[in-house]
Design a binder for this molecule. Sequence first.
Ligand code: NAG
Ligand code: CU
Length: 248
Amino acid sequence: MRLSATLALFTATLVSHATAHGYVPFIRINGATIPGWDVSKDGYTTPQPSRVVRATKPDSGFIADPSSADITCSIGNSKLPPSPITANVTAGGTVTVVWNTWPTGHYGPILNYMAKCVGDCSKWKGDTGSPWFKIQQHTYDGEWPSDKLAKGGFTYDVKIPKNIAAGNYLLRHENLALHGASSVGGAQFYPVCIQLTVTGGGSLNPSGLSFPGAYKATDPGIHFNPYQGDAANRAYIPPGGSVYPGLN
Ligand SMILES: *[C@@H]1O[C@H](CO)[C@@H](O)[C@H](O)[C@H]1NC(C)=O
Ligand SMILES: [Cu+2]
């Protein structure tokens, strides 16, 4: 057991660049720091710790195929059970996603979706039907959000809409790296799923997107050359459409 865990870590290191991308060992809500999923430790600790961020294994590498089952939550996650616990946040509040690191030059947008869990998030994968809706996104505005993340302490604030219905949700926070995306299949997806219980809120119950399903390798926001200069980058249209209308 001990040896195989060591070997798994060693193998993950050999995949080299993959381990350097980053993962989300913490989130912050209302001043409280809550453990996320520490890729370097949590999957190799017995008993496995319960985290509000769904497990990623074996490493923090990318998903290359947007139709892969892992696109729902994170690399390796489709084969793992959901987490038993949730973080609590008031509708209208902020979830700060804390990456351990992020490389500059992984040019791309940061996209954020939610899906209301059918029942308890601990028994629901989010990979069937169309439960997802986009809540927030950042694209190029003179600089790529990925580079702002890399230079800005690796934190990113997600505002939970004030008027969604209270309940259990997944927050799907995603870095989409386009540095190799001039060729079809060259984009790199780094989603993370955070299990939340939203309190307060309103009466809106948005949905409409599927993961897998919402993205195609040939989407203009996925097959995109980020080296064409400022004007082309400003015209970039991310995949997954606009933020769901009527959220506040
Ligand atoms: C969320 O609230 C529930 C109910 O009060 C509590 O049991 C749980 O520990 C909270 N989650 C976290 C991550 O603090
Ligand atoms: Cu990389």
